[in-house]
Ligand binder design. Structure first.
Ligand SMILES: C[S@@+](CC[C@H](N)C(=O)[O-])C[C@H]1O[C@@H](n2cnc3c(N)ncnc32)[C@H](O)[C@@H]1O
Length: 330
């Protein structure tokens, strides 16, 4: 093929596809999927060599891939892994720990609150506690259904990589200009877009999501892309100690970073390798970063009944009219 006629994406895929997926860490590698315990992988990684460690650990809630432990024991295990992560983190690097709730006989303990002392005790500084809001999950009957989790972002020092321009989002009024004063005629907001803030509305990977696999708790690729773009530069290492289906490596690879991760369950290791290969050859289907969140009111899907346009049982629940109440109770 004439290299001059290749698109940039093709050139990148071409170059990166030449890299194998290694199962052992070496700084000369580009993609590492370690089939085993993350502590064993971490022990092979040189000190201060990784720019971003991003992960979602088991929440200790009895998922198929974890053994439910007493909370103290769970936190001890996490502390051991986090300590190793801090050792391998570069001085300008970041750690992002994405967590939800531990649930004990119906009472919730937000895991970020109990993990925070471990990170701060190791000298890390918290930069954001990002709220990741999504619409799908368990329907609770004894409390409000949980529709957010958090990403706690820590840095090793005050001099850390943060590429805000790479992740700006459209302004509410993009063309707005000062109409008087010394800046009249100039844009009153950043024409590159605005800071995405610390509340991220990104669909989670449930049944209809294009990225859904058999894994019960996958990251959406777009969630990690935002972290990779803002917290690393091209060529940097991104590592996920609890790799699952390989999402963090996929996001890293897509943006010309190096990616590594560990996973103990054989079939997820296989799945991760498969998805990374698909990403390498350009066939992995993912939800694009800039795609607006589904709005049922605007949807033209014939299967969707927008309850507020029709007199359905749901609308009736909101109506005071006794006529509707009777119907709704049928
Ligand atoms: C919450 S899931 C992460 C899913 C991942 N974010 C993705 O997008 O697919 C946690 C994963 O960690 C794996 N795991 C649990 N303990 C582990 C350990 N000690 N070392 C490596 N992987 C582990 C589990 O099998 C599970 O797939």
């Amino acid at each position: 093929m004439n290299r001059k006629k290749e698109t940039i994406r093709e050139v990148v895929q071409h170059t990166l596809a030449e890299h194998e997926i290694s199962d052992e860490f070496a700084l000369s590698e580009h993609v590492v999927v370690y089939p085993g315990d993350c502590l064993n992988l971490l022990r092979t990684i040189p000190t201060e060599s990784l720019q971003l460690i991003v992960t979602s650990p088991p929440y200790n809630i009895g998922k198929e891939y974890e053994k439910r432990l007493h909370l103290d024991r769970y936190l001890q295990q996490q502390a051991q892994i986090i300590t190793e992560c801090v050792r391998v983190l570069s001085p300008r690097g970041s750690i992002c720990w994405q967590v939800g709730n531990y649930v004990d006989r119906g009472a919730i303990i937000p895991l970020d609150t109990v993990l925070y002392p471990i990170f701060s005790g190791l000298g890390l500084r918290m930069r954001n506690r990002i709220i990741w809001h999504f619409e799908h999950g368990l329907h609770c009957s004894r409390r409000f259904s949980g529709r957010y989790e958090t990403i706690i972002w820590f840095t090793k020092s005050n001099d850390y990589v943060f590429n805000l321009d790479a992740v700006r989002v459209p302004q509410k009024y993009p063309g707005k200009k000062y109409f008087k004063g010394p800046k009249a005629g100039q844009y009153s907001c950043n024409p590159l877009g605005k800071n995405p803030g610390d509340l991220w509305v990104i669909p989670n990977v449930k049944s209809n999501h294009v990225e859904k696999t058999e894994h019960p708790c996958q990251f959406p690729v777009e969630l990690i892309e935002r972290l990779v773009l803002s917290l690393t530069n091209e060529g940097d290492w991104v590592m996920d100690p609890f790799l699952g289906t390989g999402t963090s490596i996929i996001a890293a690879f897509r943006h010309k970073r190096r990616g590594a991760g560990a996973e103990t369950v054989h079939r997820y290791v296989k799945l991760a390798r498969q998805r990374i290969h698909q990403e390498m050859n350009g066939t992995l289907r993912t939800r694009p970063m800039d795609k607006p969140v589904y709005d049922p009111n605007k949807a033209s899907n014939a299967l969707t009944i927008t309850p507020w346009k029709e007199n359905t049982a749901q609308t009736m629940l909101f109506q005071k009219n006794p006529k509707y109440r009777r119907k709704a109770n049928r």
